[in-house]
Design a protein around this ligand. Structure first.
Ligand code: H2B
Length: 96
């Protein structure tokens, strides 16, 4: 069962993500990061790899691509905010 991250969990689980460029979205319980690539093919192939993980984990990013930039927002729609699944996906996206 997925649950919203507690205040304590946010400090431990989200802080390393904030250190790597993720930030809270204004007015919404979600995290956001802008990924920049060398060109469109690099951006799109990264999105393709991310999509495979998203399907595997049944957890899908909100994202927006223009050329070599991908804006990613993560939140868990089923619980209306940030859960451990978002942290797990954020770490995966950083590592791909
Ligand atoms: N992705 C995200 N980001 N949040 C969800 O709550 C979610 C999802 N729920 N992908 C999944 C799909 C759910 O709608 C399906 C039915 O399992």
């Amino acid at each position: 069962m997925t649950e919203l991250l507690s205040d304590t969990a946010r400090k431990t689980v989200l802080q390393p993500l904030f250190d790597s460029g993720w930030e809270m979205v204004e007015g919404r319980d979600a995290i956001h990061k802008t990924f920049e690539f060398g060109n469109f093919i690099e951006a799109f192939s990264w999105m393709t790899r991310a999509a495979i993980w998203a399907e595997k984990w049944d957890h899908h990013p909100e994202w927006f691509n223009v050329y070599k930039t991908v804006e990613v927002t993560l939140t868990t729609h089923d619980v209306g905010g940030v859960s451990s699944l978002d942290a797990k996906m954020a770490r995966k996206l950083d590592s791909l």
